[in-house]
Design a protein around this ligand. Structure first.
Ligand code: TRP
Length: 388
C-alpha cells in the first residue's frame, strides 16, 4: 500500500457527528484479529521484558516509565488488570512513573463532542483510585505540554512517509475505516507517541503487543536523532517496551474487552450495574463449568475474571463451580469483582466528588511534565543549532 493511497480523504470536519460515529463503528465492528501468533519481534520483546524485570528489581530508580491512555471514557477491568495494577507496582518498586492522558490521540478518529474534560478528570480519578500516588507519580495531558508537541516536528523530519505508512496500527486503522476519512493526525500518531516518550526521556514503556511497533518507531527516531545531531554523545536513550505478564482478560462475550464492543465492566460501575452486566454475559450450553480458553472462550473469560479477583488459579475456580452451571458461575464472578473492587470504587467515588482536587493533581503533573519536556526541547534545539 503506497502512502499516498492511505490518506485518501479529508478528515471529517470537527462538527459532523455522523462521520465521527461511522469511524468509531467501523472500529467496533472490525473483524477480531487472528489469535496472536507470536512474531519474532514479539518474542524478542518478551525476552527483553524478562531482562528488564530483573533490572527493575536490582535498580528500580534507573527507570523512568511512561504509560498512557486515551481519554475516551471510563477505564474498565481490562485496563485494571492489564495496565493499572502494573503502574502501581512499578511506582511501588521505586521507578519514576509518568502517566499520560493522551487527549490529542482522541481526535485522531473522532469528534470529542465536549466530553473531554469529564473523560480527562475521570482518567485521573481511575489512576488515583487504584493507588497511583500524586506525590510520587506524574499525571499529565498532551494538550497542556507545548514542548512535547513541538518535538514532533524534528521527529517527523527523521522518518519517511513510507515508513510511517508501514506502521501496523495505522494500516489496521486504515483497513477498519475502509479507507474513508482517516485523518492525517491518525497517520502520524505513532510519531506523536515517540514525542511523548522521548520528551519525558522515558526509558521504559509498558505496553500491549499492539503498541510494540510504536516503541520500535521511537527507538528508530532516537537513534536517527543521535546519528544526525549528536554522533559523539548519544542524546536520546532508545526506550524498552515492557510487555505485560498477566493473561489478557476477555470481555463479557469472550472477545477482547473494549468499551466500543460493549463487553466491558467499567472500574467505576456500581455493584448493581456490575451484577447486571455479568448477568448478561455470554456463556454456553454445557452445564459443567471448566476452564478451556480456546474451546469455551466466553465461560473461560468469566472464570478468569473471578480467578484474578480472588488471586486463585482459574482451574481451581472452575472445579469448585463444577456442575453448578452458568448461574452459579455468574454469581461467583459478581461477588468476586464487587468484593475485590470495593475499596477502589469507594476511593474513586470520593475522588470523583472533588473535581478541584483532580484538577490540582493534573495541573501539578502538567507543570512537572512541561519542565521535563522544555528541558528536552532546549537540548534538542542546541544540538540542532537552532539557537539564535
Ligand atoms: N496509544 C496508547 C493507547 O491507545 C496511549 C498512549 C499515548 C501511550 N501515548 C503513549 C502509551 C505513550 C504509552 C506511551 O493505549
Amino acid at each position: 500500500m503506497s502512502p499516498s493511497s492511505i490518506v485518501t480523504a479529508a478528515p471529517p470536519p470537527a462538527t459532523t457527528q455522523p462521520a465521527a460515529r461511522a469511524t468509531t463503528q467501523a472500529r467496533a465492528t472490525a473483524r477480531p484479529r487472528p489469535a496472536a501468533r507470536p512474531r519474532a519481534t514479539t518474542r524478542a520483546a518478551a525476552a527483553r521484558s524478562a531482562e528488564v524485570e530483573a533490572e527493575l528489581r536490582l535498580d528500580p530508580r534507573s527507570f523512568r516509565v511512561l504509560t498512557g491512555d486515551r481519554p475516551t471514557g471510563p477505564l474498565h477491568l481490562g485496563h485494571y488488570f492489564g495496565t493499572l495494577q502494573n503502574r502501581v507496582r512499578l511506582q511501588d518498586l521505586g521507578a519514576d512513573v509518568l502517566v499520560l492522558v493522551a487527549d490529542y490521540q482522541v481526535i485522531t478518529d473522532r469528534d470529542t463532542g465536549g466530553a473531554l474534560p469529564d473523560h480527562v478528570l475521570g482518567l485521573v480519578a481511575d489512576n488515583l483510585a487504584v493507588g497511583l500516588d500524586p506525590g510520587r507519580a506524574t499525571i499529565f495531558a498532551h494538550s497542556q505540554v507545548g514542548a512535547l508537541n513541538q518535538l514532533m516536528l524534528p521527529f517527523l523530519s527523521l522518518l519517511s512517509v513510507a515508513e510511517v505508512g508501514r506502521n501496523p496500527t495505522v494500516k489496521e486503522e486504515f483497513a477498519a475505516t475502509g479507507g474513508q476519512a482517516m485523518s492525517a493526525l491518525m497517520f502520524t500518531y505513532p510519531v506523536h507517541q515517540a514525542a511523548d516518550i522521548l520528551a519525558c526521556r522515558a526509558n521504559l514503556v509498558p505496553v500491549g503487543q499492539d503498541q510494540l511497533p510504536h516503541v520500535e518507531l521511537t527507538r528508530t527516531v532516537a537513534r536517527r536523532f543521535n546519528e544526525r545531531y549528536s554522533p559523539q554523545r548519544p542524546f536520546f536513550q532508545p526506550p524498552d517496551a515492557l510487555l505485560g505478564a498477566v493473561p489478557l482478560l476477555p470481555g463479557l462475550d469472550g472477545q477482547k474487552m473494549s468499551k466500543s464492543r460493549g463487553n466491558a465492566i467499567p472500574l467505576s460501575a456500581t455493584e448493581t450495574e456490575t451484577a447486571r452486566l455479568i448477568r448478561g454475559a455470554r456463556t454456553d450450553a454445557l452445564r459443567h463449568i471448566s476452564y478451556d480458553p480456546s474451546g469455551r472462550p466466553a465461560v473461560a473469560g468469566l472464570v478468569l475474571l473471578a480467578a484474578m479477583c480472588q488471586r486463585r488459579a482459574p482451574a481451581a475456580v472452575a472445579e469448585e463451580i463444577g456442575s453448578g452451571g452458568a448461574a452459579r458461575l455468574k454469581a461467583i464472578v459478581t461477588d468476586a469483582v464487587n468484593e475485590h473492587l470495593r475499596p477502589v470504587r469507594a476511593r474513586r467515588r470520593e475522588l470523583a466528588a472533588d473535581r478541584g482536587y483532580l484538577q490540582a493533581v493534573l495541573r501539578r503533573g502538567n507543570d512537572q511534565a512541561a519542565a521535563l519536556a522544555e528541558d528536552t526541547l532546549d537540548s534538542v534545539r542546541k544540538l540542532m543549532r537552532m539557537t539564535y
